[in-house]
Design a protein around this ligand. Structure first.
Ligand SMILES: Nc1ncnc2c1ncn2[C@@H]1O[C@H](COP(=O)(O)OP(=O)(O)OP(=O)(O)O)[C@@H](O)[C@H]1O
Length: 738
């Protein structure tokens, strides 16, 4: 800045020599700056207007397409249409997002923050309040130390002016002595801030993990509800940033407040010493600060909204990355890297755009902020410091008495004033620093509002989904009722169906599963089957068939309680801890992290296994039943491996069946779970399952499995179905085929 102003001065002098007055040069400079600012403000609007014009033009050309008026080629028109469609979707999405509450410094933010604080500090006396107390004490002592150091520095200058070497050395020693506790307190403040952030984060993580796993929320949130796109990002990154931001804000708000209070008092005291008006300086500074703060508040960009959007886009980028990692093999087989790369680039570009927009908004805001804080406040500070000397009674009396007093007393007065000036200057620098921190805390508070919105929003959604309240953009129109099946309230479908545990009926334990007029409805509110009624008892081995997408797997989702029941009644046995009533095996089995033993006993733990008195030998027997004993012999039961990659598709399916034999449930929900298993092993698996007394509910397209079932449920793909006992010929279907 100094170099620039010197340069400007030199140029102005040069022009003055050439006859151009300095004033005209200043006008030209200010005019250019104003012009640049006008261009900066208006160009985006002009650009938007031009874009709107272009869109209109494109629309007109598309409209003219039928009349043959446009000169575009069919490919260009196609591209144009696609772009317009994509833009429309984006605008709709943005409009929807804007309708939702915008994060910012408002009542909703305070409410959400209050709710999160209650989670982070659950009791008056807890670890977090202890940390907060020690932290606060450190912050207060740091302020006292700053004031003491400022006073010492004033005294040092006074003794230098007086040429008092002995006193100077003494005060300098004191100054060094105070440096040790001062630096320790500084370091302690940072340490406590980090500890506080970690403590808050731990409380929040524990709370949100508990919610995330309540009532299968991890499934519901991503499948049945559309409000949280990347739960993983919110549960990790957002919580961490929120906790750090709260802890940092605590110190960056309280410390400057203490500073201001105590420094203000110290300044007033030293003004009083100089016999000056103690209210004039503070009144002037308060009015200047209030005015500048007000201006900054008005022109401040909406940082909360900007930060929240940035976090959204960052989350989406991570989501695309994790999708690629999860589906790497499939993508590699398809050679889909071009599409995936494009998606990754698009996601990254969107993040970059958002960050660029934040940077450019910050550029002007920080410029204004710095101007106020560095120049306007410094000027006010100078006036404040000089006021007691210029208007102080001591000064006037000194001037009046100067003719009569001796030179010694004059020296003493000068040194006193120098001490006052040095101390006041140091205190003012600390005060200005405190106010600057307070002002920049405003930006942090607004950014915190963005994170609060994301974290509190996630907890709200988790609470709601745990209670079965979902919100998802459905493809169907929200009529009050769809075919008399789904009822909507406030745009949300109501799950009116009932789940009744069979032991609730007349207090008798029954193993029966019964559906009474239950519709099969997808999370998008598509009705796949309007009404389904059937009863399955132990020993009723049911084969479920039908075309793709007819609702076979959806029936299992309803039986397992994953999808809500919108009407009718579902009677199922009450689930008992450690003894599952129904056990589901999907086509692509899930391999957990851990050893071979962990794979077989999943979702049991080793402790559960011990409690059930199951030994490694029994596990080996189970492996033999599914023809996987060679894996047990090769790797043992305790070696941790990445089973997802080590086992082949068929082996993974057999491992899943091993789980079934370990748990021995009353009902097995088998969703094409042996499609990659050889036919002979598959038959033996079904035989063993029946011998164990497990009732089979099988979805399959393989006729070889028909003989293991007694009943059949056929979906026609149009919402119709037929449930009946299989006749003898159907059971022997395999023989006819061979
Ligand atoms: N999570 C979901 N959200 C929305 N719709 C879904 C969801 N899962 C399935 N559907 C839809 O529900 C319908 C029935 O799906 P379901 O998985 O039950 O089919 P299926 O009969 O098992 O088919 P397949 O034989 O191909 O496995 C399909 O139209 C499908 O698009």
């Amino acid at each position: 800045m100094t170099v620039l102003s010197k340069y400007v001065d030199r140029i102005a002098e040069k022009y003055e020599q050439c006859g151009l007055p300095m004033q005209a040069f200043s006008y030209a400079l200010v005019g250019t700056a104003l012009f640049a600012l006008t261009v900066k403000v208006t160009v985006p609007y002009l650009r938007n207007a031009a874009q709107d014009g272009k869109n209109e033009d494109g629309k007109r050309r598309r409209d003219n397409k039928g009349g043959g008026g446009g000169s575009l080629t069919p490919t260009e028109i196609d591209e144009d249409l696609k772009l317009a469609e994509a833009e429309k979707l984006l605008v709709e999405q943005q409009a929807k997002n804007q309708k939702l509450l915008e994060p910012g410094l408002n009542r909703e933010f305070l409410k959400q923050l209050g709710m999160l604080v209650q989670i982070m500090i659950p009791q008056k006396l807890c670890y977090e309040t202890g940390l907060l107390t020690v932290h606060t004490l450190c912050l207060i002592s740091r302020t006292f130390l700053s004031i003491y150091v400022a006073a010492l520095e004033g005294a040092i200058v006074k003794f230098i002016v007086r040429k008092d070497v002995k006193q100077f050395a003494l005060v300098l020693l004191k100054w060094f002595g105070i440096a040790i506790p001062a630096t320790f307190v500084n370091s302690m403040i940072r340490f406590l801030e980090s500890k506080l952030a970690l403590a808050f984060r731990t409380r929040l993580v524990r709370h949100s993990y508990r919610l995330y796993f309540k009532n299968q929320n991890y499934y519901r949130v991503s499948n049945l509800d559309g409000r949280i796109e990347n739960a993983d990002h919110r549960l990790t990154e957002d919580i961490s940033v929120f906790a750090s931001s709260v802890a940092h804000l605590y110190s960056s708000l309280t410390k400057p407040c203490f500073d201001l209070m105590l420094i203000g008092l110290a300044l007033m005291r030293s003004s009083q010493k100089m016999k000056a008006n103690i209210l004039l300086g503070p009144a002037l500074s308060v009015s200047v600060i209030a005015l500048t703060a007000h201006i900054l508040r008005i022109v401040s960009p909406k940082f909360g909204q900007l930060v929240s959007e940035e976090a959204n886009r960052y989350g989406y980028l991570r989501h695309i990355h994790s999708r690629i990692i999860t589906n790497a093999e499939e993508i590699a087989f398809y050679g889909g890297h071009k599409v995936e790369l494009q998606q990754l680039r698009q996601a990254y570009n969107r993040l970059v755009n958002q960050m660029n927009s934040i940077f450019s908004q910050k550029l002007w805001f920080i410029m204004l902020e710095q101007f106020f804080m560095k120049y306007v406040w410094s000027g006010t500070g100078m006036v404040m410091v000089s006021l007691p000397i210029l208007t102080g009674a001591a000064v006037n009396s000194n001037i009046n008495s100067s003719s009569t007093s001796n030179s010694n007393s004059n020296d003493s007065n000068v040194s006193e004033r120098t001490q006052y000036l040095t101390t006041a200057r140091n205190l003012l620098i600390s005060a200005a620093d405190a106010i600057e921190r307070l002002m920049s805390s405003y930006k942090e508070i607004v950014a915190l509002a963005g994170y609060t919105y994301r974290v509190a929003g996630m907890l709200d959604v988790l609470e709601e989904t745990a209670q079965g309240i979902y919100s998802k953009a459905t493809v169907v129109e929200h009529n009050d009722e769809i075919n008399g099946i789904i009822e909507f309230r406030d745009g949300r479908p109501i799950a009116k169906g009932r789940i009744i545990y069979t032991d609730d009926v007349a207090g008798q334990l029954s193993d029966m599963i019964s559906l009474r007029a239950v519709p099969v409805v997808t999370p998008n509110c598509d009705i796949v089957v309007p009404s389904l009624s059937l009863t399955i008892e132990p020993g009723v081995h049911l084969l479920i068939t039908g075309p793709n997408g007819c609702g076979k797997s959806s029936l299992f989702r309803i039986l397992s309680g994953l999808w809500p029941i919108y009407a009718g009644e579902l009677h199922i046995p009450r689930p008992i801890e450690n003894k599952p009533c129904m056990f589901y095996i999907p086509q692509r089995p899930y391999m957990s992290i851990g050893s071979l033993c962990d794979q077989i006993i999943y979702p049991d733990t080793r402790e559960d296994m011990k409690r059930k008195n199951i030994t490694d030998n029994e596990l080996m027997d189970i492996l033999k039943m599914v023809c996987l004993e060679h894996i047990g012999q090769r790797d043992g039961f305790n070696v941790v491996r990445d089973w997802k990659d080590i086992l082949s598709g068929g082996e993974k399916q057999r491992m899943a069946v091993a789980r079934l034999f370990y748990h021995k449930p009353r009902y097995a929900l088998l969703d094409e779970c042996t499609s990659a298993v050889s036919i002979d092993v598959e038959s033996s698996i079904y035989e063993i399952a029946k011998q164990m007394g497990i009732t089979l509910l099988t979805i399959t397209h393989r006729p070889t499995l028909w003989k293991f079932h007694t009943h059949i449920l056929e979906f026609d793909g149009q919402g119709g179905w037929r449930f009946r006992k299989m006749d003898h010929n159907e059971m022997q279907k395999e023989q006819f085929i061979h």
